[in-house]
Design a protein around this ligand. Structure first.
Ligand SMILES: NC(=O)c1ccc[n+]([C@@H]2O[C@H](COP(=O)([O-])OP(=O)(O)OC[C@H]3O[C@@H](n4cnc5c(N)ncnc54)[C@H](O)[C@@H]3O)[C@@H](O)[C@H]2O)c1
Ligand SMILES: O=C(O)C1=N[C@H](C(=O)O)CCC1
Length: 245
């Protein structure tokens, strides 16, 4: 049995992870920790799953690494500088491995993969993400990562920036610029997590869309990462490699 601790256990995702772990035949939920609880309860775990808040996740993760625990992190807010910091913790004698994934939905991972493949073939690409209005960060971690992957694929293929003649703009009208890719964030009651990658050129539009209809949609990916994290090498970004992509 894999002993699992959950950080953010009373939150939307954390509560779902607790249910999923309790329903998995090969896992045991040994700690369910939320804001105000001592982290010491996690010392009995082999793998800690974090779905908390971008403002606290770095401290949580540092604590896990210092205690030699494997960590599966779904909390968003990881820019290149934060990832470098995590890498610096995972040198030398550190014995825990870390998986950080902005999205554990299998379809969402495939969406990012297909967007990366398609990106060099079109003049234009923009990303529109829609989430529930209780979300703290914008753009979403998934949109941020998609933009990074798309931008890298286009740079490697020598594709120029998406054409855009805008010279006059109301602030924000063209969205955020992530590595040269425009990202638009919608916050909408009734939504869970949705994203479209829109590509265009030569009289055609190609849209890659993914919808998470509920938070169970993330659980197969979370459980996969919990099972595999002990055998991985220090830091793994996304679950693409775990799916053989
Ligand atoms: N990777 C994915 O597939 C995926 C999917 C959904 C959400 N997310 C991300 O997960 C994070 C959480 O989302 P949510 O909707 O569950 O949020 P939420 O606000 O419902 O839950 C967060 C929980 O963390 C708790 N918390 C805050 N500070 C804490 C601390 N220091 N220690 C322990 N617990 C603490 C809060 O009390 C709350 O219960 C966000 O960053 C979100 O973007 C990622
Ligand atoms: O509900 C959220 O918050 C989500 N956050 C992740 C993101 O920022 O990409 C994944 C989808 C749901």
């Amino acid at each position: 049995m894999i002993k699992v601790g959950v950080l953010g256990a009373r939150g939307r995702m954390g509560a779902e992870v607790c249910r999923a772990v309790q329903g998995a035949g090969d896992m045991e939920l040994v700690a369910a920790v939320d804001q105000g609880d001592t982290l010491d309860a996690l010392t009995g775990a082999e793998v800690v799953v974090d779905f908390t808040h971008p403002g606290v996740v770095m401290d949580n993760l540092k604590w896990c690494v210092e205690h030699g625990l494997h960590a599966v992190v779904g909390t968003t807010g990881f820019d290149p500088s934060r990832l470098d910091t995590v890498r610096s913790w995972l040198t030398g004698d550190a014995s825990g491995n870390v998986v950080i994934a902005p999205n554990f939905g299998i379809g969402a991972v495939l969406m990012m993969h297909f967007a990366q493949q398609a990106a060099p073939f079109f003049d234009s690409v923009e990303i529109v993400e829609t989430h529930h209005p209780n979300k703290a960060d914008a753009p979403s971690g998934t949109a941020y990562r998609t933009a990074e992957l798309v931008a890298a694929a286009r740079a490697e293929a020598g594709v120029p920036a998406s054409p855009d003649a805008t010279t006059s703009e109301v602030d924000g009208a063209r969205g955020a610029d992530v590595d040269g890719v425009r990202v638009h964030a919608v916050r909408m009651s009734g939504a869970v997590a949705h994203q479209e990658v829109v590509l265009g050129g030569h009289g055609e539009l190609f849209t890659i869309r993914h919808d998470s209809m509920n938070r169970e949609s993330f659980m197969p990916g979370v459980l996969l990462a919990v099972r595999r994290v002990p055998e991985l090498d220090r830091l793994t970004l996304g679950i693409e490699t775990l799916l053989g992509l």
